[in-house]
Ligand binder design. Sequence first.
Ligand code: 6PG
Length: 459
Amino acid sequence: MNQIGIIGLGTMGANLARNFASRQIKTAVFNRTIETTKEFIANFGGEGHLTGYETLKEFIDSLESPRKVMLMVTAGPATEAVIEQLAEILSPKDIIIDGGNTNYKDTIRRTEQLKAKQINFIGCGVSGGEKGALEGPSLMPGGDLQVLEEIMPFLEQIAAKDFNGNPCVHPFEGIGAGNLIKTVHNGIEYGLMQVLADAYEVLRKVYNLKPEGIAEIFKDFNRSELNGFLLETAIQVLEKPDTFNKSEKLINYISDEAGSKGTGGWTVEAALEYGVPVPTLAASLFARQLSAWPEQRLKDKALFPRPLADQITKDPLDIFTAKLEQAVWLSCIVSFMQGIRLIDEVSLKNNWGVYTGDVVRVWQGGCIIRTQLLKYFPLIENGKLLESKLPTTTNSLAYVYSIAAKFGVATPALSNSFDYIAYSTDPNLPTNFVQGLRDCFGAHTYKRNDRDGVFTENW
Ligand code: 6PG
């Protein structure tokens, strides 16, 4: 009998199946298109115990009880359809594990629906792209603890390793918790990517550097504690030569219209719903959305003439890059802080048992946002790290984004990270003024800073 079954042999599903099979786990695979299954078995069947099935029934019958079926199908209607089919043929106590980028609210609904048939459901965040799926992803399964314990031995074998060599997987208690954690992982991913894009933008537009020059600076950053997957990827992207214009870099020919598939937006939706500010992550999403209006941007170009790079005094490059490194450092930390605070609040409000220290540990390896910076969490949560590093890094961040602004260059992730730090450390915000306005035009009431109670004025 097979020990686990994978449905969906797209790149992620295929690589996860190969990963399971390479750990001597007997793995069944099924794909809607039979040809894909045959091709997969022809290519990889020799790698371990991998068996392909042509019908869902045969696939299900091949699994030992309680069955463990992992869905690696596109989130949304495709996943819904497979779950409906499975609900008809699975038995009580069987477990469906959804490994797609699913909205946690769908997982809550599906778990409830399947409960009527006593079928267990786990939403499992999977991060790491194709390579991670094959060699070791970061896994974020969430649901009922008892059910999670049944699948943990399998997930532990295929997961990446954290800084201490332990598997990057944790049973997150709470229906939907795994998907929410993966969603916020992606929201942070948007933030970190925009931080790097902002750094690239300043270096190319304020210092006129070419991709290869920027790659060298990023390599320096990557030798520090900023070291991480996205920075490594950034260097690779900057250094890639173009196929058509051999002497130039590909990056100069990639269109600036950025895509997004939904999870960044879900992060912002959750932030709004739970009242947890995530300005860096939101600004990173909105930057992508603004980028997707190319005609408008071209049409309006003349409305905002930028000063030329040599018209404004600026630091010599080596002094600037030292400040930029600190600005990037702080903005990355802030991106993580915003995401972690969001997870904490959603967990609290839903009575989940998620401890963010476990989340951070699971992100130490395998996933897209893995970075050495994660060694600081949860140290950051009790403020110790920020106390020592905040003054210099905040000054650097302020300098970098303000010099960019002088050149007419936007750095949405950096500027919003600065605002986040500046606002969240200021005991005397101008929001007293907002409160005054609210009470003046709408009798919305206000609190005072010298006495208790709620007040309103006859303005
Ligand atoms: C991962 C990635 C992966 C993907 C997201 C975001 O952890 O392996 O996060 O899930 O990058 O789908 O994609 P978009 O940028 O297209 O929204």
